[in-house]
Design a protein around this ligand. Structure first.
Ligand code: FE2
Length: 333
C-alpha cells in the first residue's frame, strides 16, 4: 500500500490532464514519514521508480509535509543521495554565487540580493554540460515573496511555434552562443557575478584556460596578471531540445540573459547571439518573456518543502523576498 498521496496545489496548472507541479505528501497514518528522516530515505528508496516516472510525466514534483523528518541540510542530502540515489552533478561552469553546505552535493541556491528577482532559466543551459534534474530544499521560508516560480518549456515551445515560427526556425537551425565577462573573484551583488576562479575551480589563468578549451569555449583575457577579467564565449549550443516524452522544449537561457545578464561588465545584447553571429529578434524575445510569465506557477515555500525538477522540461526562477530565506539546491545527472 502506498504510504503517500497526491495533492493538487491551489497554484498548480493542468496541461492535457497532467498536473504541474505534482505534490506528494505522506498519508495521515504514515507517522514515521513525518517524524523520522531515515524512514523518508527508505520510503524514497522503495518508491524511486515511481518518483522518477512521475517526474518525467509531470516535469516537477513538490514533496510537502516532511518538514519534521527532513529538516536539516544533511537530511536533504541523504534524501537525494541515498533515497533517490541521484548521481551528483558538481556545480562547475555556472554563473551564480553559491556556497557548499554538505560536501559537493548540497549548495545554497543563488545568493544574489533578495530584492533582485532571478529570471526563468534551465540550470546551466548556457553550458554544454547541464544537470538533468535538480532539487531545492526550503530550510527556512522567507517572510514575504521568495517563491521559486516554475514553468514547462514544452508549453512555451508550443505557444512560440504558433506565434513566432520564424524565430523558432532560426533558433533550431542556428543554435545560440553565450558570452560573458567575469572577474577573477566573485561579485555577490550581481546575479551573474561568479568569478572565473570559482566558476572553473581554477587558481591560475592556465588552469581556467585548460577547462575552457576542454569544453570547447573561446575566451579572451581583458588585461594582464592572474586577476585579469575574462570574456568567455560558448560553443554553439542548442536552443531547442527534444525531451524523453517526445515533445520539444524551449531549452536555453534566452530569457534569463535578456532579463538578467546585466551588470557593470555585461549587457543582454552583448551576452547572447544566434549561432551564426546575428542578433536575436527583440520583438520575439519580448513575446517569449510574456509567454513565460503566463505559464509561471509560483508556490509559496513552506519549511521542509522539496522541489524536484526535470531540468529538460521545467525552468525555474526566483521572486524577490524579505526575511532570512534559506533554500538549498542539489544538482543531479
Ligand atoms: Fe537556477
Amino acid at each position: 500500500m502506498a504510504r503517500h498521496e497526491f495533492q493538487v496545489l491551489a497554484q498548480a496548472r493542468e496541461y492535457g490532464g497532467v498536473i504541474f507541479p505534482l505534490c506528494i505528501t505522506p498519508k495521515a497514518d504514515a507517522k514515521d514519514l513525518k517524524e523520522d528522516a531515515s524512514a523518508v530515505v527508505k520510503w524514497a528508496e522503495d518508491n524511486r521508480l515511481e518518483i522518477e516516472s512521475l517526474l518525467s510525466r509531470h516535469g516537477a514534483i513538490i514533496f510537502r509535509g516532511f518538514a519534521a523528518s527532513v529538516s536539516t541540510p544533511e537530511d536533504f542530502a541523504a534524501f537525494v543521495e541515498r533515497g533517490l540515489a541521484l548521481p551528483n552533478f558538481p556545480y562547475v561552469g555556472g554563473n551564480a554565487v553559491r556556497t557548499a553546505i554538505v560536501g559537493d552535493r548540497v549548495f545554497t541556491a543563488n545568493e544574489s540580493p533578495p530584492e533582485k528577482p532571478i529570471p526563468f532559466h534551465h540550470e546551466l543551459a548556457q553550458t554544454p554540460r547541464y544537470p538533468r534534474r535538480l532539487l531545492f530544499f526550503c530550510e527556512r521560508p522567507p517572510d514575504t515573496g521568495g517563491e521559486t516560480p516554475i514553468l514547462l518549456s514544452t508549453a512555451v515551445y508550443d505557444e512560440l511555434r504558433a506565434l513566432h515560427p520564424a524565430f523558432l526556425d532560426k533558433l533550431e537551425a542556428c543554435g545560440v552562443r553565450y558570452r560573458r565577462v567575469m572577474t577573477a573573484h566573485d561579485r555577490p551583488h550581481s546575479a551573474i557575478g561568479r568569478g572565473w576562479r570559482a566558476t572553473f575551480n581554477a587558481d591560475t589563468r592556465a588552469s581556467a584556460e585548460a577547462t575552457l578549451r576542454a569544453r570547447g569555449y573561446e575566451f579572451e583575457w581583458l588585461g594582464p596578471g592572474e586577476d585579469a577579467q575574462l570574456r568567455e564565449i560558448s560553443p554553439v549550443l542548442d536552443a531547442v531540445k527534444r525531451v524523453p516524452n517526445g515533445r520539444l522544449a524551449f531549452f536555453n537561457q534566452l530569457t534569463a540573459v535578456w532579463g538578467g545578464w546585466r551588470d557593470e561588465l555585461n549587457t543582454p545584447q552583448g551576452c547572447i547571439r544566434a549561432g551564426d553571429g546575428s542578433a536575436l529578434d527583440e520583438d520575439a524575445m519580448e513575446a517569449t518573456a510574456r509567454i513565460m510569465a503566463n505559464h509561471a506557477v509560483a508556490v509559496p515555500w513552506l519549511r521542509g518543502d522539496m522541489l524536484y525538477l526535470d531540468n529538460l522540461q521545467a525552468q525555474h526562477s526566483r521572486n524577490s523576498f524579505s526575511g532570512k530565506r534559506r533554500v538549498l539546491a542539489s544538482l543531479a545527472l
